[in-house]
Design a protein around this ligand. Sequence first.
Ligand code: C5P
Length: 231
Amino acid sequence: MPCDLILALDAQSPRDVTPALKQLQGTVRWVKIGLEMFTACGPDCVREISGLGFKVFLDLKLHDIPNTVAKSVESVSKLPIQMLTLHTGGGREMMQWAVKAQQQHAPNLLLLGVTVLTSTSAAGLAETGVPDSPEKQVLRLSRLAIDSGLRGLVCSPLEIVPLRAILPADVALVTPGIRPRDAKADDQTRVMTPAEAARAGASYLVVGRPIFKAPDPVAAARAMLAEISAG
Ligand code: C5P
């Protein structure tokens, strides 16, 4: 599976990112809209950004009872999006209902499962009643997600190799925590370069600040895409 780049739009309004997006048209294909922008601007921001010619990964991390999640998948299926996240911790039934709604209402939408957030420590996980290590819980929830019908997961760079070892080859792995070798790590700790992540088996790399904060965002995006191809 070839690897592609997703630009993370960590902003409250499309206005904040439109000038950069206009420059990046034709270089970057995918963008990620998260809760910050969606809760501020709603579905209109999705339509606006899709209208600029980008494929949209809507990172809403749905987690609720099966019926509510299925109905939410039906609602967002009216938007021009190509990927949507939900929390695998919602369990088998929630994921199966979501997959059924996706197949019925948005056959081309890729549902991605989020397992253990990388911000969760072993102690934090234990406090929620899970005594296993975060790594073990990631593998458990990933198996459950694929068993429930999901065809993609969000994972940290360090999880790519162990997940590829246990999952069918066609499962998409979407990976943040990516930094070119000479870039600032910002608040990311366990990072990989684009080439390393692509080589390890990532399908999509989510990158924000190394492109947005670069003096020349188009050159930074092009350099990453070249590194991905080489990887
Ligand atoms: O600017 P940066 O490249 O660090 O942005 C990465 C994007 O991926 C952000 O939207 C961030 O919220 C998201 N993310 C992450 N690490 C995770 C999960 C999501 O950086 N473990």
